[in-house]
Ligand binder design. Structure first.
Ligand code: NDP
Length: 454
């Protein structure tokens, strides 16, 4: 019987759907990887991956811990939230991946993120497995003391499941330096251990230079690699960015450093369009608005009269050369992709995780748009988290230049791996989605083979 007879993507996906009812984000993420990995296995005659059920095992998290998080708000009401940690796979290193605090967090969302993280971490070349966690808690509108009490309660359960050689969480949506500080303080208090159990810490207590900036910077370094590969440059490119959080703002900063222009930001209220472009002064103001005052992006249009605010809309109707979706999953649809392509967009690099839906990816593929999936383009954040772990283990702190130099090298390495596995033979173009999926998979799969059936 031919190897291809053993492989049936639709039967594999039926099983995934049966075992994970209603978990649409997770099923979507598994499908995207399986659709690339199965044909590759056949083409390269790697029957052992099928025999040992490698992809099926990666698509079944090692464990999913779910727990109650009680806390008291400022009015003395008792509030009850649900927290999770999904430990997807630790074949190549301790579980590693962020914590998300957002009302849209569900087990499906965290399973999809932990699954994706497994391939992303593998792609970085660093020894990190994949995990993700969070809670359906909305930090927006809460006081610092409320956020502190929630973080302490969350860590009072989470501490049993994490550790510097076990599982090392970091930030994600709704979890920044403030939340990491509160959680690290609580971990230290409970365990009496000062270890690198979280990354994204402040510099005073074991954080790394450039960690805050790394995801956004990394996206733009990856984008620059895509341009260089085609003997072009980012200079003069007009960028549309969604989101106005950590990833979006630092991506904007690096676009400006590399000579491009930035014309949009967004949040869940809508987007702002600035035809004159965001300059260094406007960017500094926006950072202060979002990071210090925790304000809404609509205020940008009040402050800068040339700019307009578009309530409840996403920025993909704005003419641009490059789109950087940096807010959340499924925020760029097939119709959005068609509009971008129609307006001349040539490149898309995902700062967020899975922001482009399956239709959107297909539209970009058909149009020949250079499309970098999040698991490759946004891996700079976790890569610098990996460097933070190394610095913590060695009890050292590297200089900013040193960390940024390593980030640049890591993003170039990821681009190279994507090209190696994603080059299209006839045209010489690159299918970055396939390249990232295959390169990320092979390293994890080979480690799993070495361990036998465990
Ligand atoms: P932040 O919380 O700093 O910012 C998130 C931004 O996205 C905010 O502007 C937020 O607006 C917007 N947003 C969130 N949910 C929605 C929604 N449902 N609809 C519209 N806008 C929304 O998060 P990050 O910048 O850290 O993360 C952004 C993305 O990047 C996520 O997909 C995350 O998983 C991914 N990522 C982050 C990494 C990191 O190091 N931080 C690493 C790798 C990936 P509002 O304030 O209105 O909610």
């Amino acid at each position: 019987m031919a190897l291809s007879d053993h492989v049936d993507l639709s039967r594999f996906m039926e099983g995934v759907e049966r075992r994970n009812p209603g978990q649409i984000e997770f099923i979507q993420a598994v499908h995207e990887v399986a659709a690339d990995v199965f044909p590759w296995i056949i083409q390269h005659d790697r029957e052992e991956y099928l025999e040992y059920q490698i992809l099926r095992r990666i698509a079944e998290p090692d464990r999913v811990v779910s727990f109650r998080v009680c806390w008291e708000d400022d009015n003395h009401n008792i509030r009850v939230q649900r927290g999770w940690r999904v430990q997807n796979n630790n074949a190549i290193g301790p579980y590693k991946g962020g914590l998300r605090f957002h009302p849209t967090v569900t087990e499906s969302v965290l399973k999809f993120l932990a699954f994706e993280q497994t391939f992303k971490n593998s792609l970085t070349g660093l020894p990190m497995g994949g995990g993700k966690g969070g809670a359906n808690f909305n930090p927006r509108g809460k006081t610092d003391h409320e956020v502190m009490r929630f973080c302490q309660s969350f860590m009072t359960e989470l501490y049993r499941h994490v550790g510097d050689d076990v599982d090392v969480p970091a930030g994600d949506i709704g979890v920044g330096a403030r939340e990491i500080g509160y959680m690290f303080g609580q971990y230290k208090r409970i365990t009496n251990r000062f270890t690198g159990v979280l990354t994204g810490k402040a510099l005073e207590f074991g954080g790394s230079e450039i960690r805050t900036e790394a995801t956004g910077y990394g996206v733009v370094y990856f984008l620059a690699n895509m341009f260089e590969y085609r003997d072009r440059s980012l200079e003069g490119m007009r960028c549309a960015i969604s989101g106005s959080g950590n990833v979006a703002l630092h991506a904007a900063e690096k676009v400006l450093h590399l000579g491009g222009s930035v014309h949009t930001f967004s949040d869940s209220g809508g987007f702002v369009f600035d035809p004159d472009g965001v300059d260094e002064e406007k960017l500094a103001w926006t950072k202060e608005l979002k990071e210090q005052r925790r304000g809404r992006i609509a205020e940008y249009a009040d402050r800068y009269p040339g700019a307009t605010f578009h309530a409840d809309q996403r920025p993909w109707s704005v003419p641009c050369d490059v789109a950087l979706p940096c807010a959340t999953q499924n925020e760029l649809s097939g119709d959005d992709a068609r509009e971008l392509v129609g307006n001349g967009c040539i490149a898309v690099a995902e700062g967020a995780n899975m922001p482009t839906d399956a239709d959107g990816i297909e539209v970009f593929a058909e149009a020949g748009t250079w499309f970098a999936p999040g698991k490759a383009a946004n891996a700079g954040g976790v890569a610098v988290s990996g460097l933070e772990m190394s610095q913590n283990s060695a009890r050292l702190a590297w200089e900013e230049d040193e960390v940024e130099r390593q980030l640049v090298d890591i993003m170039a390495g990821i681009h190279e791996r994507c090209v190696e596995h994603g080059r299209v033979a006839d045209t010489g173009d690159v299918n970055y989605v396939r390249g990232a999926n295959i390169a990320g998979f092979v390293k994890v799969a080979d480690a799993m083979l070495a361990f036998g059936v465990v």
